[in-house]
Design a protein around this ligand. Structure first.
Ligand code: S3P
Length: 174
């Protein structure tokens, strides 16, 4: 049983959803994917919403639904979109109300994982690696600020990373 929400943050494509689902299964808790909650609320894919309403409108909805997810009981595993840390209020709320795990990986590794991606609006550009490097430079400090713990994901399998997080939660009494 979790004492607080376990919140996964990190760059697009790092595996927050896959790892989050497996972690919740292992802990016997619910799993909530904030991007899926947002898509249910807006009634269309995030990419379509970005194209029509713009990023700022998306960030407003993301902040509102994050707040709602953090207020919900019982504690669950919550995976967030890669940009959820951009607003200071989101970072503070996640840090205060949950145990935040930063799943870290290099831009090069992410670019390989995302080479066929068509869903992520920010990566539909000529040079996705360049974009990932820019996003990483901007966001790595923000993920670290929000997080209680940094998990290196690059070398381990999903099972290894899940085991590592579960052990860390146990050590933290979270
Ligand atoms: C975003 C990442 C996406 C999604 C939206 C914006 C970002 O989530 O929330 O497209 O700003 O990095 P993933 O991290 O699951 O790709």
């Amino acid at each position: 049983m979790l004492e607080r929400h376990c919140i996964l943050v990190g760059m697009p494509g790092v595996g927050k959803t896959t790892i989050g689902r497996r972690l919740a299964n292992r802990l016997g808790t619910d799993f909530v994917d904030l991007d899926a909650v947002i898509e249910t609320e807006i009634g269309c894919p995030i990419r379509t919403y970005f194209e029509h309403q713009g990023e700022a409108a998306f960030r407003d909805i993301e902040a509102r639904l994050l707040e709602r997810a953090l207020a919900a009981e019982p504690p669950c595993v919550l995976s967030t979109g890669g940009g959820a840390v951009l607003r200071a209020g989101n970072r503070q709320a996640m840090h205060q109300l949950g145990t935040v795990m930063y799943l870290r990986s290099s831009p090069e590794h992410l670019a390989r994982r995302l080479r066929n991606d068509t869903k992520r609006p920010l990566l539909q550009v000529d040079d996705p690696l360049k974009k990932l490097k820019e996003l990483y430079a901007e966001r790595d400090p923000l993920y670290r600020e929000a997080a209680h713990y940094v998990v290196e994901t690059q070398r381990g399998s999903v099972a290894t990373v899940v085991g590592h997080i579960a052990m860390q939660l146990d050590l933290m009494g979270a």
